[in-house]
Ligand binder design. Structure first.
Ligand code: MSP
Length: 534
């Protein structure tokens, strides 16, 4: 099981009866940023995403199209993999819940649950959301006005004989978990919601269905199919082989358990924050460190909807990538997304503002300014920071200390999954370089005292700070930062770790040649629409 050097991050597994859209791309991208950073920081990371392929919805859609559910799942899982492949994601595996190894292990886990007496056969009647395959309590159903909060369709009364998971028996253990592990659910607002609902008391949850067949049968009673939510949650463990102790997957991957972060959208928090830990407790497996539930993207100020024409589907994302480049999109998603407790608005104007302010005017401009001056005053050869025996301390900037602190702060923010905070800190380093240039005015110095020790030191320090910022920004903008490294003559493979050593002050050797870079072209705001058919 996990020690300090491993890390495990997961996305939800996505339903194959939906087409990939901004929500899927968002969650997977932010996990990718974290995974990249942690690998660079020297951790042995396992990053998992995949597709959730069973359930009544897939069965129904397949029937409508006259194909088998497996054929539908194959088609859409391939589409998800293709699409996610366009976003430079570095997931270590892509799990599909129709895989044999998942099937076998889920049955094994359920066998254990049956032995533990956490599962019993009982009668059930309740308000059911057919789209979400989720039951609601009377109170919750009333609150929702008996309509699905997701599809808007009416809830139905469903009746069945089901196997139940005895969630009610976990009340005390759940409360204790939330008390002892205050960071178990993040952000805080989401934790409070779960706590509130927890205090209303836990009810048992159905664990099987008999009204359809597209799923994994209960091992003891094949008439029943295992409830898709219980089965889907288990993907996080079956991907690592935890249901087949000693098996090949297990020997290669068990060390990654438990997850550092299960990153999810807020709508599926209850399953992850309450049901999943109770299942894990029964299976006697260690619990994840944190369930991080982000909020939702809305679009141009309104909830995304196909009928409003503001839905950010793949075609829309592709238009942004074509106009601004993939890394700019990754940057926008990471820094402006709904990472916290409130929803975030995807708007064309906001996108353009962020592109211009942060990427053109800050990152791009600073890198270009510094490399241009080194070219102009030193023919591209990096000057030295030191006079013969004394490093200059110019304009009260203790650069090695500033850089060291920045690197520490970015790492601490990443540890908390505060990706926007981490990026803002890295960008702050670039802004300090800009401020430093404005105060020390190397362009004037170059006129008065060409090639003075002071001028050389200033430019060295600027370049060094830009280099360190670029290491910190790489997880978000891997292509652009690699482009910058190439211009600086640096060969870096972040997958090999070494961030701390590389980020130590003084990494650039004086005398090497740097090329002037232009990373982000300034541009007029393009006409971009969000809707699919726009
Ligand atoms: N299959 C389940 C999850 C099972 S996990 C064991 C499921 N799938 S889903 O295809 O509906 O994907 C849901 C996830 O997509 C959300 O949790 C979130 O990560 C992402 N998003 C979907 N719409 C979103 C937005 N509008 N904004 C941000 N992310 C959202 O639920």
């Amino acid at each position: 099981m996990a020690d300090q050097s491993t890390a495990y991050i997961t996305t939800p597994i996505y339903y194959v009866n939906d087409k990939p859209h901004i929500g899927h791309v968002y969650t997977t991208t932010i996990c990718d940023v974290w995974a990249r950073f942690m690998r660079f920081a020297g951790k042995d990371v396992f990053f998992l995403t995949g597709t959730d392929e069973h359930g009544i919805k897939v069965e129904k859609s397949a029937k409508e199209r006259g194909i088998s559910p497996q054929a539908l799942a194959d088609e859409n899982a391939a589409e998800f993999q293709r699409v996610l492949g366009d976003f430079d994601l570095t997931n270590d595996d892509f799990i599909r819940t129709t895989a044999d190894y998942h099937h076998r292990q889920v049955q094994e886990f359920v066998r254990k649950l049956l032995e533990s007496e956490a599962v019993y056969l009982g009668d059930f009647e309740g308000w059911y959301d057919e789209g979400q395959e989720e039951y609601y309590t009377e109170t919750k159903a009333r609150e929702l006005d008996y309509t699905s909060p997701v599809s808007g369709r009416p809830l139905v009364i469903a009746k069945e004989k089901n196997y139940y998971f005895r969630l009610s028996a976990y009340q005390d253990r759940m409360e204790k978990l939330f008390e002892e592990q205050p960071d178990f659910v993040r952000p805080e607002a989401r934790r409070n919601e779960v706590l509130g609902r927890l205090r209303e008391g836990l009810a048992d949850v159905p664990m099987s269905r008999t009204n359809f067949t597209w799923g994994i049968p209960m091992p003891n009673d094949p008439e029943h199919v295992i409830y898709v939510w219980i089965e889907a949650l288990m993907n996080y463990a079956t991907a690592l082989g935890l249901g087949e102790i000693g098996g090949e997957r297990y020997s290669q991957r068990a060390q990654y358990w438990p997850a550092t972060f299960h990153v999810i959208g807020k709508e599926i928090l209850w399953f992850h924050a309450v049901i999943w830990p109770a299942v894990l407790m029964t299976l006697e497996l260690p619990l994840p460190k944190c369930i991080y539930a982000h909020s939702f993207w809305i679009s141009e100020g309104q909830k995304m909807s196909k009928s409003l024409g503001n839905f950010i589907d793949l075609a829309a994302i592709d238009r942004y990538i074509a106009a601004y480049g993939l890394d700019s999109c990754r940057y926008f998603l990471t820094t402006q997304g709904p990472l916290g407790a409130t929803d975030a608005d995807f708007s064309a104007n906001h996108f353009h503002d962020i592109y211009s302010t942060d990427l053109v005017n800050t990152v791009g401009n600073c890198a270009s300014r510094v490399t241009a001056m080194i070219n102009k005053y030193y023919g591209g050869a990096v000057p030295s920071e030191s006079t013969a025996d004394n490093r200059l301390r110019i304009a009260d900037h203790d650069w090695p200390e500033i850089a060291r602190r920045t690197v520490g702060q970015v790492g601490a923010a990443m540890d908390r999954f505060d990706l926007a905070g981490a990026v803002a800190t890295a960008l702050g380093l670039i802004r300090k370089v800009d401020g430093f240039i404005n105060r020390t005015e190397p362009f004037k110095l170059a006129k008065d005292e060409p090639k003075s020790a002071e001028l050389g030191a200033i430019l060295y320090q600027c370049l060094e700070a830009v280099r360190i910022a670029s290491l910190l920004l790489w997880p978000v903008m891997p292509r652009k930062m690699a482009e910058l490294w190439q211009a600086l003559g640096l060969q870096i493979d972040p997958d090999d770790g070494g961030l701390n050593e590389l980020a130590a002050w003084g990494g650039i050797q004086p005398g090497i040649t740097v090329i002037k870079v232009a990373l982000f072209p300034r541009m007029e705001q393009p006409e971009l629409t969000t809707g699919a058919n726009a």
